[in-house]
Ligand binder design. Sequence first.
Ligand code: NAG
Ligand code: NAG
Length: 322
Amino acid sequence: MIAFKWAVLSAFSVAVQAGTILWNGSFSQFSTVADFDKWSWANQVGPYQWYIHGSQATSHYLALDTSYKNPAISSESHGLKMTIDSGATWNSQMERAELIPQTTANLGSGQQYYHFSLKRSATNAPDSTLEHQIAFFESHFTELKYGVGSKPTNLVWMIGGVEKWSTPFTADTWFNFAYDINFSSSTVGLWASTGSSPLVRVVANQAASTSTNSADFHVGVLRIVNRNPPEDWYWSGVYIESGSLTTTIGTGSSGSPTGTTPVTTPTTSDPVPTSTVETTTTPAGPTQTQFGQCGGNGYNGPTTCASPYTCVAVSPPYYSQV
Ligand SMILES: *[C@@H]1O[C@H](CO)[C@@H](O)[C@H](O)[C@H]1NC(C)=O
Ligand SMILES: *[C@@H]1O[C@H](CO)[C@@H](O)[C@H](O)[C@H]1NC(C)=O
């Protein structure tokens, strides 16, 4: 990974929506976590499908609070704390808590930007010895991972299972992202920032097997090993826009509840990271990446797994793994 320098820009930029909102996943739309349970297959209401979770009450996995949001996002009244533990298994032994957009919008055509902000705390911190998949699509054409590779304590951004960029996943820092997806040209790039700083492009668009059925963007976390200690993941500022990218995060305070966020200094230069684009080539061919689905009812994606993985039945569906 090549070192990345966060852009430091004025925190007083005006929040102007540059694109058209296709789907709004703001947690302001939920008064209590019980609201997530209003959605069901028989009653598909609200902005999120909520079915990928363990068997306990929703309040075991989800919680809403003002302190759980990126304070820079003034349009959002509260953020989401998402907890996984050994009681979070769904459809496999993996620990999972994932929200899926509930919408009739087409989230898989033209140019779209998938926005979200992510944080961890030092309490119930994610275990960096275990692999996590975060904010992923069912085909895993792009996603974040944690607990992988040579920098397990980094948040790692991937295209088709190949690492493209990473940053240390420090506690009590809001990491803002936008997946820059051109479904017309089948490319994806990444924009990122921390706190209230505007998004900057950290990886230019590269070839990817971009596709979504508009109901397979997983706003959540999958930990592939089931162990007991709980982990808390914090989410804020989730939305998808088309057209132009909104780089501003918001007009709210940049201070963090714990007071550990460095003070930003307005500057007019160096808004772009020095060099962040890796030259790794994207693997060709219809092979499935590790932990990608490779079989099961109604599945019509790749069934051949990338070396050295094989397709393993994990009480269907089937996943590519050693
Ligand atoms: C999404 O919805 C919330 C609540 O209705 C609203 O405040 C916000 O401006 C909307 N847009 C975005 C980008 O979050
Ligand atoms: C997306 O891809 C299409 C087809 O290649 C291209 O015409 C368009 O300019 C691209 N959009 C952006 C924002 O790069």
